[in-house]
Design a protein around this ligand. Structure first.
Ligand code: ATP
Length: 503
């Protein structure tokens, strides 16, 4: 799987999906640029989300708030005091780690150890293997599992109590070593705030520290009444937004999974107090259905309820996807109570209440949010779509099996040869389709090679213009996944592409 992930990262670069930022200067940690195909896929993902939220729900509207916000916003939201990661340094390698991630990795390793033992036993015992009994009675497995459970409980308690000394003690007790130096010479654990700051104002004296937003949600909360009043919105209703967010992540790994500059698609849904659990459950199901509708296979998604709730939440779950490096969060669905609106009310001195015409009461609404990273969704789609195939005759191909609606390029138009008027007809077909779809024209190399190039960027249709086209106005259309070819009239192309690429 690790091999596969490396290939996927290399493929993203080779085919113009994702490049390291400022690569000629050797890149910038955990910052990436999207290339010519990447930006199309990313835009399509955003459109798929925006349409499903804003277009299809009469009671959800969109906004686009600024990245910079008044500094008080981040005091009210709790980010100045509580948006921290627990850090620990190894004194020998001078490398910095997130204490919680070191412990999570240790826990995952214990699980791996247990599964390996079980697998070994299964091979040894063959048909007669009783797995449940083995897990209970094998001393090695039972001991590892007991230790694992004990550490897991200590870890969850330490996180909830924000007990930094206990986090360090767990690292010491589990004899966790630095992956670089191999030693266990650790510093104390300290809190590190994840927000990037900069100065606003023309003189140093007058400068004010402001933050790059670490989540888009606050732009929605401070605009809650503006939108509610001008849009005459009635509770329950939602506000959706897509935009950049910034976090000074310490452990930046796994390519675009964890970035320092990334994009979020968030929707805050305002509800009557007391109804939030019903809406939280409803949005959990709606969002899971949205992911599964892409058709990548239901078994690779699961819910993961949180051990530790963020300072604003009374319920939280993640939708996780089975990435090549394991099940990891793609989206969070959080019940944020009235924490944010209530807190902004206190800090700003402005009332942020809703008058409910049905009950005749005024109240601060409760909020259920769905929050998904565009880049993480991009990586999810890439991981699911990337396929290596051996073909009949021993040939092989890499094909990105994107749902057609998300594919960066919908149609490639290919003249069989560069003469006899075929390029001109091909160009006319491009003109016919280009107002509605992203279409490319390619006349270089053999048709077989051109098909491979389109497979590698996930183009669902290749249209080939040949001798027969000049006689009867038909072309060959070749389907990406099945590689099946059929002969169709040029006039019917538009409807065909439309049928397959809509959602
Ligand atoms: P994690 O536990 O992975 O750090 P989180 O629980 O802090 O994520 P949220 O604050 O709930 O994440 O953010 C909502 C979504 O934003 C996440 O589900 C993820 O898709 C995305 N996201 C958060 N941080 C990053 C990041 N550093 N890079 C890319 N996407 C991110």
């Amino acid at each position: 799987q690790e091999e596969l992930f490396k290939k996927l990262v290399a493929h993203c670069k080779e085919y113009g999906f994702v490049f390291p930022s400022s690569e000629i200067y050797d890149g910038l940690g955990a910052v990436y640029d999207y290339g010519q195909n990447g930006v199309e896929l990313k835009n399509n993902i955003k459109r798929y989300w925006w349409d499903s939220m804003v277009k299809l729900h009469e009671n959800i509207v969109g906004i686009d708030a600024a990245i910079f916000m008044h500094p008080k916003t981040w005091e009210a939201s709790g980010h100045v005091s509580a948006f921290n990661d627990p850090l620990i340094d190894n004194k020998d390698s001078k490398k910095r780690y997130r204490a919680d991630v070191l412990i999570e990795d240790w826990l995952a390793k214990q699980d791996e150890k247990i599964e390996k033992e079980v697998e070994k036993a299964r091979k040894r015992f063959g048909e007669s293997f009783d797995e449940a009994k083995y897990r209970e009675t094998s001393p090695r497995v039972a001991e590892t599992a007991a230790k694992r459970d004990e550490v897991h409980k200590r870890f969850a308690d330490a996180l909830n109590a924000n007990d930094l000394a206990e986090l360090r003690q767990i690292i010491v007790d589990c004899e966790i070593a630095c992956p670089i130096s191999g030693t266990r010479n650790w510093t104390e654990v300290r809190q590190f705030n994840l927000m990037f700051s900069t100065q606003m104002g023309s003189t140093a004296e007058g400068a004010n520290t402001i933050y790059l937003r670490p989540e888009t949600a606050q732009g929605i909360f401070v605009n809650f009444l503006n939108v509610q009043k001008t849009g005459r919105m009635k509770i329950p209703f939602g506000i959706a937004q897509i935009g950049k967010a910034f976090r000074n992540e310490i452990v930046a790994r796994q390519f675009i999974f964890r970035m320092r500059e990334f994009e979020q698609m968030e929707m805050q849904f305002f509800v009557r107090p007391g109804t939030e659990m019903k809406w939280w459950n409803e949005w959990k199901n709606t969002r899971m259905a949205w992911h599964r509708a892409l058709g990548f296979g239901d078994d690779d998604y699961r819910f993961h309820d949180h051990d530790k709730l963020a300072h604003y939440a009374n319920a939280a779950t993640d939708i996780e996807y089975n990435f090549p490096f394991g099940f990891k969060e793609v989206e969070g669905i959080h019940s944020r109570t009235d924490f944010d609106l209530g807190s902004h009310q206190k800090f700003s001195g402005k009332k942020l209440q809703y008058f409910d015409p049905e009950t005749g009461e005024s109240y601060v609404p409760y909020v259920v949010e769905t929050s998904i990273g565009v880049d993480r969704m991009f990586l999810q789609v890439m991981s699911a779509a990337y396929t290596e195939q051996t073909l009949e005759g021993g040939d092989s191909r890499v094909v990105l099996k994107f749902p057609p609606a998300l594919a960066p390029v919908k149609v490639a138009v290919l003249p069989l040869v560069k003469k006899d008027g075929m390029p001109e007809v091909a160009q006319k077909i491009v003109d016919l389709l280009k107002y509605d779809y992203n279409v490319v024209y390619d006349e270089k190399d053999s048709v077989g090679k051109r098909y491979r190039r389109q497979d590698a960027v996930g183009t669902p249709f290749c249209v080939t213009v040949d001798g027969q086209t000049l006689e009867d106005g038909t072309v060959t259309i070749r389907h990406r996944d099945t590689m099946a070819q059929e002969r169709v009239k040029i006039e019917s192309l538009h409807a065909m592409v439309d049928e397959e690429c809509s959602y």
